[in-house]
Design a protein around this ligand. Structure first.
Ligand code: AMP
Length: 282
């Protein structure tokens, strides 16, 4: 596996791959790789000729007081894991490679980035959209692989690609979970034993609401209440938001119909966790 640290090197390599008409699968990450990231790399390995991943802890998507400084970083471990999963090329740039001095252009996906995660983390999706657009331009992937775990982010990336006519296909792959249902996340490493034990309640709450939906409940308010009931049993968890939205537009629903996304964000101690499940309600 080659490791590239310069944006220019990445760009020249991407241009060469394009000339050779090789399909490129791309997995952007912030590192601290786990099985969720590796499932994306493995999918790219199966479906494309050249697999590129990136590790870049993007300062632009962290708000003041968030965990940018303490975000887990272990490049050597990540390189070994990525290589074993079938990655051919790792792009691991320094911040100055992505945002050279004088950089002042931002990408904003209006509307979709303002509710849910965007409401709790103002400016977050502007940071995501800006870095993703830059990475897509440098890597020039044929297919980009993202996780359903960050559902709103996936929707925003799809919108960005469409609106800017970027020549890349975006594939959203299912959330990889721990045995108790907790969605894998680099931030799970922050949890102490008791926090870790209670953290799986977020998925249990979403699953409980999904079950209510299956049994015929359509009222969004009542679905949210069913989630809250589960979470109330866990004293270490503090709800940020629980939502029932249209899975395509992210618009809040009063009645669950069509493609529905159930989403939640909770604080567990100083750690913030998100998760979601999708349900088709015919
Ligand atoms: P991150 O390193 O958190 O920025 O995530 C990089 C990519 O991996 C994003 O597309 C995430 O949605 C995806 N991802 C993170 N956690 C998971 C998971 N548990 N299952 C599947 N994909 C994930």
């Amino acid at each position: 596996m080659r490791v590239l640290k310069q944006a220019r090197q990445m760009s020249l390599t991407a241009q060469a791959l394009r000339r050779q008409a090789r399909s490129v699968g791309f997995v952007p990450t912030m590192g601290a790789l786990h099985d969720g990231h590796l499932s994306l790399i493995r999918a790219a390995r199966r479906q494309t000729q050249v697999v590129v991943a990136s590790i870049f802890v993007n300062p632009l998507q962290f708000g003041p007081g968030e965990d940018y400084e303490r975000y887990p970083r272990d490049l050597r471990r990540d390189l070994n894991l990525a290589k074993a999963a079938g990655c051919d090329l790792m792009f691991a740039p320094h911040v100055s490679q992505i945002y050279p001095s004088g950089a002042c252009t931002i990408v904003e996906v209006e509307g979709l980035g303002e509710q849910l995660e965007g409401a709790s983390r103002p400016g977050h999706f502007r940071g995501v959209a800006t870095v993703v657009a830059t990475l897509f331009n440098l890597v020039q992937p044929t297919i980009a692989y993202v996780g359903q775990k960050d559902f709103q982010q996936a929707i925003i990336i799809q919108r960005l690609v469409k609106d800017l006519a970027l020549p890349v296909q975006v594939r959203v792959l299912p959330t990889v979970r721990e045995a108790d249902g907790l969605a894998m996340s680099s931030r799970n490493a922050y949890l102490n034993t008791e926090e870790r034990r209670q953290a799986s309640a977020l998925y249990q709450a979403l699953s409980a609401a999904k079950e209510h939906l299956r049994r015929g409940e359509r009222g969004a308010q009542r679905l949210v209440e069913s989630m809250r009931e589960v979470l109330d049993r866990c004293p270490l968890l503090r709800v940020d938001y629980l939502a029932v939205v249209n899975a395509k537009t992210l618009e809040p629903l009063t009645e669950a119909r069509g493609s529905v996304a159930l989403l939640g964000a909770v604080h567990v101690g100083t750690t913030r966790l998100i998760d979601n499940v999708l349900v088709d309600v015919s």
